[in-house]
Every structure is written in C-alpha cells, then in structure tokens.
Write a protein that binds this ligand. Structure first.
Ligand SMILES: Cc1cc2nc3c(=O)[nH]c(=O)nc-3n(C[C@H](O)[C@H](O)[C@H](O)COP(=O)(O)OP(=O)(O)OC[C@H]3O[C@@H](n4cnc5c(N)ncnc54)[C@H](O)[C@@H]3O)c2cc1C
Ligand code: FES
Length: 385
C-alpha cells in the first residue's frame, strides 16, 4: 500500500508512535518474530538428518544401529517413542518405524535395534548393507507408548515379544539413569536365550537394581532353567508378578503375541484402561484378517490409478502405500500401522480392504479418505494423493 494511503488510516500515527517507543526502549517484538516457530522446529522437527556412528551385533538376527545428528542436536524424546527411518535402497525409497532403544538421557545419540524379518526389505538392508558413516533422514520422535505419571501406576508390567523389547529397554535404561519410585517388571517371550536381545544387560540390571525385574519366558528353555516357560500366559503373569492391583500393563510385540496377551490379561480381569499397546505395523497377511472377502485371493491382479499420475498393476494383498513406493511415488508415512494419518489418500473409485481397528476419523470416512498403509485393493481402484 502506498505510504500516503497508509497515513490516512485511522490510528496509523498512534501505532507508529508505539512501535518507535518500543524500539527505543528495547522491546521491539520484531526481534522475537518466529522464535516460537524456531523452538517448535527444534523440539518437533519434520526431518532429522542422521549419521550412523556405530553398529553392535546383538543376536544372530539383530543389531543395534547408533545414530548421531548430522548437524545440530537431536530433538528430545520420551522413552517408548519411535522414529520413522527413511531408506533409499537404490531400488526403492521407503521408511520404517523403529523404537528408540537408548534412554532419553543420552542426548548425543539414538539407538535403533533392528531384528531381521524373513524376506523383509528394510530389516535385511539395515542388517546386511549399511555401514558406519552412512547418512539417513528420519522423522522426529513419535508415538504415545510412554509412561505418563498422571495416568499410569508406578508399577508397570511390560510384556514383550521378539524385537518388541526395544521400547522397554529405553524405559528401563531411563529408570536406571534417573531413579524414581517406579518399578518395572519385564516379561520377555522368546524362543531360546540366544534369541533374547539385550539378555545379559537385562539380567545384570535386574541384579543391580531393586526397581527392575526381568523374567525371560523361553519356549525352548535351556537345561536347568528355573523360570517360566512356554508363552506369557495368565498363569505365568500371575506367578511372576504376584499381586496385580495398581499395575499398568504395556504390551509390545507381533500382532499374534498381542492378541494372545490381551486374552490372558482379560482372564486376569485387568481393566482395559490399565493396558497400553504399541502398534507393530500392518498385518503380515491381511487376507487372514477378519472381514477379508473369502472370494478374493491375495494374489488377484488389480490396477491402481493415481489421478494425474499413472496406472500401475499390483496384487490385492499388497498395501497401497507399498505399491505407490514400489512405483516411485513417495507419500509421507510415519507409523505404517494405520494410526498417524500421514499416508492418507482419497479413494475415488473401487473397493479396498481395511483391517478391523483401522483408525479413521469420521471426516475421513465421510469424504472417502483411507490410510494407504493399511488399505488393500480388492478391485481396480483410483486414488488421489
Ligand atoms: C511403532 C513401531 C516400532 C517398531 N520398532 C521396531 C524395532 O525397534 N525393531 C524392529 O526390528 N522392528 C520394529 N518395528 C517393525 C519395523 O518397522 C518393520 O516392520 C520391520 O523391520 C520389518 O520391515 P521389513 O521392511 O524388513 O519388512 P517388510 O518388507 O515390510 O515386510 C515383509 C513381510 O514381513 C511381514 N512383517 C513385517 N514386520 C514383521 C515382523 N516384525 N514380524 C513378522 N513379520 C513381519 C510383513 O507384513 C510382510 O509380509 C516397529 C514397528 C512399529 C510400527
Ligand atoms: S503411515 Fe501412519 S496411518 Fe499410514
């Protein structure tokens, strides 16, 4: 606007006089402009640039990758949170969520402990192909699978299966670092001792700290093993934990383990509000999920048309997110479990299968948005990104 016009506006000269006084008296708020946004960006960055600084072999099928910030500092996180690690394998650009296994008190690095998944794209890449000095990008820390002193009991019982032990390591290490009134009991179900990630560390921490209790539950126990065996049943929970009052239960592990443990906790009459569950990705076999139409085989060939881009073919059993990424169309994704909404696309034509429990907002349902990470094309579909 021209200066002459501005000067004619009501109150213009008063405002200018106030700005001038503020400048002279040292409270020119122009200096602070953007400060809040800068703080927020430091605390909750959209992207963190990382350098892989150390690799530790944990078991035959798992390793810990230690990452430092490539520049600046790592943003803070809460024990139990995860990051989405972006990967470029050369053939495909994708991402996977991994829980941070180091404690929040270690501000100079994040540890991710990755277990090999048979035929898994990223886990095998991270176990076999990466080396120290490699650079990666990730999301900032995400998720609410964390201890909240306002809601949770001070006694927490963690039920873990396989690599689901990783968020609990962060919680246990934090407890050891900080000390508090909290007590953590970990029941860790694995096939045999050689498969138990962090086994020696957990044994040693439990020996040294009264607030940490570690109960491995082996399917194939070694000779002479005195602890619980088989699965994490109601009976095993009751015998190892004793009094179940005033305890909050956290579960992290594969879907089958979660379903099983949930039944056991129900049998023990643990109220739902005392049970927290971490997501563990999209279902391994969506066609085995409740509601998958029995007449549609998982290998039925269908087409996916992306409005304004192109049409690609895929199988009904593949998630739309994987199909898009395979074809070089990268869309934002964080949890890959149907919870965070980042991967939303609009379904314009056709039918998709969405497993029971997929969290869609009412407005998403009304306007045809779906989470591409847990949507499987049952017919030819058209979507808009
Ligand atoms: C919040 C969150 C935190 C996670 N934290 C960790 C962690 O700390 N350490 C870790 O190793 N993994 C963790 N995961 C799992 C991880 O994100 C990947 O799913 C896993 O590494 C497999 O990826 P992939 O690319 O190798 O397999 P994909 O190529 O994606 O999958 C190959 C096949 O294996 C199935 N599959 C995927 N994951 C599993 C699994 N875990 N067990 C059995 N079958 C599977 C898929 O459905 C598919 O059929 C976490 C997942 C979530 C959602
Ligand atoms: S990536 Fe989170 S809902 Fe799909």
């Amino acid at each position: 606007m021209k200066q002459e016009l501005l000067e004619k506006l009501d109150g213009y000269s008063d405002i200018m006089a106030k700005i001038e006084t503020s400048r002279q008296e040292g409270s020119d708020f122009q200096e602070l402009k953007g400060t809040v946004a800068r703080y927020l960006e430091q605390l909750h960055p959209n992207q963190v640039n990382l350098e892989l600084i150390e690799i530790t072999e944990e078991t035959e099928s798992s390793r810990t990758l230690r990452f430092a910030a490539k520049e600046g500092n790592l943003p803070p996180f809460q024990a139990g949170q995860y990051i989405a690690l972006h990967i470029d394998t050369g053939r495909i650009k994708t991402s996977r969520p991994y829980s941070i296994s180091s404690p929040p008190s270690r501000k100079d690095y994040w540890d991710l402990t990755v277990q090999r998944v048979e035929n898994g794209l990223v886990s095998n890449y991270l176990l076999d192909e990466v080396k120290t000095g490699d650079h990666f990008a990730s999301s900032g820390p995400q998720g609410t699978f964390c201890f909240n002193p306002l809601i949770h009991d001070d006694n927490i019982v963690c039920l873990a299966g396989g690599s689901g032990v990783t968020p609990f390591l962060s919680m246990i290490r934090e407890q050891v670092d900080k000390g508090s009134n909290r007590r953590i009991a970990l029941l860790y179900g694995v096939r045999e001792p050689k498969d138990a990630i962090f086994y020696d560390e957990l044994i040693s921490l439990a020996e040294k700290h009264d607030s940490i209790h570690f109960h491995p539950v082996f399917e194939n126990p070694p000779d002479g093993f005195q602890g619980p065996t088989g699965y994490i049943t109601a009976d095993v929970i009751k015998k190892t934990i004793g009094d179940l009052e005033d305890k909050t239960f956290f579960i992290c592990g594969p879907q089958a383990m979660y379903d099983f443990c949930l039944e056991q906790l129900k049998e023990l009459k643990i109220p739902g509000r005392k049970i927290r569950r971490e997501m563990y990705g999209a279902p391994a076999n969506p066609w085995d999920c409740e509601g998958w139409p029995s007449e549609i085989p998982s290998d039925q060939s269908v087409s996916v048309t992306v409005t304004g881009a192109r049409t690609v073919s895929c199988l009904s059993g593949e998630s739309l997110l994987n199909v898009l990424e395979k074809n070089g169309l990268k869309i934002p994704a964080i949890c890959r479990s149907g919870e965070c909404s980042m991967c939303r696309v609009r379904l314009l034509k056709g039918k998709v299968f969405q497993p029971k429990g997929t969290l869609l907002r009412k407005s998403d349902r009304m306007f045809g948005f779906i989470h591409s990470c847990v949507s499987y094309p049952l017919t030819d579909v058209e979507i808009r990104l």
